[in-house]
Design a protein around this ligand. Sequence first.
Ligand code: F6P
Length: 524
Amino acid sequence: MKLRPRCDETPAWQALQSHHQRLGRHFDMRADFAANPKRFAHFSQHAPHVFADLSKNRIDAEAEALLMQLARECGLEAHRDAMLAGEPINSTEQRAVLHVLLRNQPAAHAQAVLEGAVAEAAMPEVNATLQAMLDFAESIRADEGITDVVNIGIGGSDLGPQMAVVALQAHALTGKRFHFVSNVDGDELGEVFGQISPGRTLFLVASKTFTTRETMTNALSARRWFLEQGGQDVGRHFVALTTNLEAAAAFGIRTCFGFRDWVGGRYSMWSAIGLPLAIAIGAAGFRALLGGAHAMDLHFAQQPLERNLPVRLGLLDVWYRNFQGFTSRSVAPYHHGLRRLPAYLQQLEMESNGKSVDLQGRPLGYSTSPVVWGEPGTNGQHAFFQMIHQGTDIVPVEFIAVREPAHDLPGHHAQLVANALAQAQALLLGRADAGGHRNFSGNRPSSFFVLERMDPASLGALVALYEHRVFVSGSIWGINSFDQWGVELGKQLAQDLQPRLASGDTSGLDASTAGLLRQFRPRF
Ligand code: F6P
């Protein structure tokens, strides 16, 4: 791939710095709303399944225009097109990045995002695997003998499907329970064992590599428990979701659903890793999820940058991180079903963009991923929103609400939505108080996303929106958003330390680790 200019060496970067100085740290959104009656119209837009209001952000039209210039000078469009063309943009692993291909499911009137050689070569296999997985999901749905589905996986092999199964509860089959076991802490698996019986349980061993130690330990313990409890036929009760079909076969698993190395772990809920979700919401529901994501893919691939929602969000993230100096972003889903979304987004964004060298391995002179965190509203309001309203740091908040609720309890939805709107309003407007303690400075930024309803298509579009937004900021920063070397060192050190817990050998260890290890000695 052609070398792209470093963002901090572009004319637009310099212009943004000057603009930021001119604007001052305290650009007042309220004054801009008053002076500019088109501010809401300009900074809000529809995208597939999502309406987004970005007008309550500390940004003016000129900053946005300069950010668009930055995107062009950094070659964002060419980079996006290279990803969609299947070029190996994950350069440290020499891999293409083609999760978009998994939802390249043009309905009768839709278009394919990916056309050309790569898509042509891969689509038959993608379609065949999808069909096989959905057929299997339907067979499990129809099998009344299976009452419990236990997904064993971690990171991308857990967070995506778990978040989606929870979010789409209202669309899920009744009569089956879904469990997600990720932690190697035996308490988690032990708790699930207490709720299931071997003959009525389907274990899904979800691991892209089929080597992740936590997952392998949990899978082996599950198999041992299954056999000890009199379970018959590991081949029927254990299924693998993996790119490593040989290792799954060696485990004794007959039924495998595969995917390719061009699907990153945190981008894999659209692949075989989505099987628990497919069992929960059925083949049609899963296809609707892919359809919603596909609609967002088309939007990302085709809309001009100025009306391209993932692009606008990714550039806003750059503006906040590198020019305004904000260090974190809080996600506040005003929907009980989206309670696992913050955890999902933490991996998506922080594992993708928590990098400090560019594609050539050179240290960066600017910040990258913010801390992403959050809790559903209204709970967060009664906990940490104090800091968001009156603390010394500015934390942009992202509100997510749905127009139509899935329940019919009178009054609840209006109260929920009123709270979300009120929080965003309070952050913007603030309130003066001479005494100080009740003073709300206001002018605090937030974005607001409205989904039509919480259904598979809307969720698919929302997640794809986030994926592409992370691509955009990572692309501007010139980092590889698709590797995760930062997780490796700790894994290796754990392998060294585990036998030392038994042997007590502290030779060569730093004093703190040695001292801590001794604290655990009597236990082992
Ligand atoms: O350790 C991080 C990580 O590699 C994630 O990127 C990944 O989603 C997770 O582990 C699980 O990996 P696997 O699906 O290969 O078990």
